[in-house]
Design a protein around this ligand. Structure first.
Ligand code: HEM
Length: 254
């Protein structure tokens, strides 16, 4: 059975969910948590608040938009490739600054570093993201690998990229859960508006990620080319093909 779905519809839903998630995390950190600051002598929590804002808006949302750039933006392949790698670079840099903010908050508040599963997963994810970006840059952009290496690397680039992105989503949701648990242990109402806001931000984040992945594996608008995500699937998504891809180590029967 083959289900044929075009990417455009998914991209609109993904953009809308990204805007909603960004607004929610800003309302949480600014309205409920007191605001954002890189330096504060009196309230170190303001330094921490930079972390979820930059990780969600920078790493997850801009990173997600980078993934779907080939499907969401009309135009030539070369232009889309540059937008894809630039958005990923922005996501990576903003993600590194966001992690720096978490370390700064810990160090200035005398809290231990890297003790939680969230932090381990976070460091692993950002390292894999960086490796994926550098490999993609060298092989597909500059200086660019030989044709055989590019075509053999492409399916791995797509699957590994989506794997790292799902790791990033998991890390972010764990982060929301961890912070909310800390706050509830210190007296925050379990069914209060802030708790609902944080939990719904996690839900919207997961939905956003789901639509990014759906967009990435669905049909591109217009004609396909050799170096976009559609290279694996040609013009139509086939779920049987997707399953066979994973089962037979990315050898598509088409
Ligand atoms: C993919 C996105 C994210 C990554 C890669 C990430 C990564 C990290 C890292 C590496 C640390 C350790 C800092 C240290 O030990 O000094 C950390 C701390 C923390 N993060 Fe995140 N984070 C992400 C998103 C979030 C989000 C959305 C929240 C929501 C509030 C959050 C909440 C926390 C909390 C509460 C800590 C301090 C406690 C701990 O170290 O686990 N994180 N994060």
């Amino acid at each position: 059975m083959a289900i044929r779905v075009r990417a455009e519809a998914f991209t609109y839903v993904a953009h809308a969910l990204g805007v909603v998630a960004a607004v929610m995390v800003l309302v949480w950190c600014i309205h409920f948590r007191g605001g954002l600051a890189f330096h504060s002598q009196t309230n170190k929590n303001l330094i921490f608040n930079i972390h979820p804002v930059l990780m969600l808006i920078g790493f997850i949302i801009i990173g997600g938009e980078a993934i779907i750039a080939y499907k969401a933006i009309p135009g030539r392949k070369e232009v889309k490739k540059v937008i894809h790698l630039v958005l990923h670079a922005i996501a990576l840099i903003v993600g590194i600054v966001g992690i720096y903010a978490a370390f700064k908050y810990h160090n200035e508040s005398n809290i231990a570093n890297l003790y939680s599963f969230h932090s381990w997963l976070g460091i692993g994810t950002i390292c894999l993201y960086g490796i994926q970006w550098v490999y993609g840059f060298l092989v597909f952009f500059f200086p660019g690998g030989p044709q055989t290496l590019r075509s053999e690397s492409l399916p791995w680039h797509v699957v590994f990229g989506l794997f790292v992105y799902i790791l990033a989503l998991s890390t972010a949701v764990l982060g929301f859960l961890e912070k909310l648990t800390f706050l509830q242990s210190s007296g925050l109402a379990k069914y209060g508006p802030e708790a609902f806001l944080v939990n719904f931000t996690s839900i919207v984040t997961i939905l956003f990620g789901a639509f990014i992945v759906l967009t990435a594996i669905s049909s591109p608008p217009g004609v396909t080319d050799d170096f976009n995500y559609s290279a694996i699937y040609n013009t139509n998504i086939s779920w049987r093909c997707v399953l066979l891809e994973f089962k037979s180590l990315l050898i598509c029967p088409n």
